[in-house]
Design a protein around this ligand. Structure first.
Ligand SMILES: *Cc1c(COP(=O)(O)O)cnc(C)c1O
Length: 288
């Protein structure tokens, strides 16, 4: 299948005295650079699913998300490029005008439909799915956020692209699919550390285990989730986070995505400054 993105993504050292004072060496795995249209981990999560969809004879993808979902955008773009029709099932009421994410999805040919919050919570129940396929025809159904077993297999492949030695691999955690995969791809004493971007993220521990089981039939214990840096919840921000993003841009010339990557790096820097990594620790942080 044609690739929508160029892999492997580049690995780049990030020098910052706030880390160097603590003996922490940081490299960024720039998955955010692999595609113009699809954030890196969203492509990795879609890839094997789209192969499966094609293999099973589907010509249409259907998936779920909030009105600001990167996964909705990514599915629309991937479908357009790779010749699938796409249906986006959006939580809540239709709003006009469409926000940027949904306008982008529409412009890439995605049909949008809306479920009230109560029905949306039941979206995986057979009756709800049956009603949607009655309306749109047979569809390959991707879960909200795109995380399932095939997605986790895709994110696990990221680890093998890192050719230098490292001790800790960090990522932002929304649904847990990325963390589940990268933890499964690690070797020996390496560990993965996810930073939850939503409030009440303890449920993600179960999600990561469930996703690893679905993907590989086993779970690993080489990962942790830090739930202390959600800044009020999903897609919420605070002045401290905004100043961090601004300072990071001035120093390093990289504008961090504030929903995910800024929260992870803020947490990583805070942990380093609090002595949370042994001096000499080599960290790789994934920017998606
Ligand atoms: C979706 C997303 C994540 C979170 O990935 P999960 O697999 O849902 O935990 C992180 N960063 C970016 C930029 C994303 O779009």
């Amino acid at each position: 299948m044609a690739a929508l993105a160029t892999l492997p993504s580049p690995l780049a050292e990030l020098r910052d005295e706030r880390l160097e004072r603590r003996g922490v060496h940081l490299q960024l795995k720039r998955d955010d650079l692999i595609s113009r249209d699809v954030p890196g981990n969203k492509w990795r999560k879609l890839r094997h699913n789209l192969e499966a969809a094609r293999h099973q004879g589907f010509t249409r993808l259907l998936t779920f998300g909030g009105a600001y979902s990167n996964h909705i955008r990514a599915t629309a773009a991937a479908g357009r490029h790779l010749g699938f029709e796409t249906v986006g099932v959006i939580r809540g009421e239709a709003r006009r005008p469409l926000n940027d994410s949904l306008a982008y999805a529409r412009a890439h040919g995605m049909a949008l439909t809306y479920l009230d919050r109560a029905t949306y919570r039941r979206k995986t129940e057979p009756a709800v799915v049956a009603e949607l396929t009655r309306e749109f025809g047979p569809c390959y159904v991707l879960p909200e956020g795109g995380s399932n077993g095939l997605a986790v297999r895709g994110t696990a492949e990221l680890v093998g692209e890192i050719t230098t030695g490292f001790d800790v691999l960090c990522c932002a955690t929304g649904t847990g699919g990325t963390l589940a995969g990268i933890a499964a791809g690690l070797r020996g004493p390496q560990r993965a550390l996810g930073f939850a971007v939503l409030n009440g993220g303890r449920f993600l521990d179960d999600e990561v285990r469930r996703l690893q089981l679905e993907a590989f039939g086993t779970v690993t214990t080489n990962w942790d989730i830090d739930t202390g840096f959600h800044f009020g919840g999903y897609a919420k921000r605070r002045p401290a986070l905004d100043s961090f993003i601004e300072a990071f841009r001035d120093r390093h010339g990289i504008t961090l995505d504030w929903v995910y990557e800024a929260k992870m790096l803020y947490g990583l820097f805070a942990r380093a400054e609090a002595g949370g990594f042994e001096p000499g620790t080599r960290v790789v942080a994934v920017l998606s």
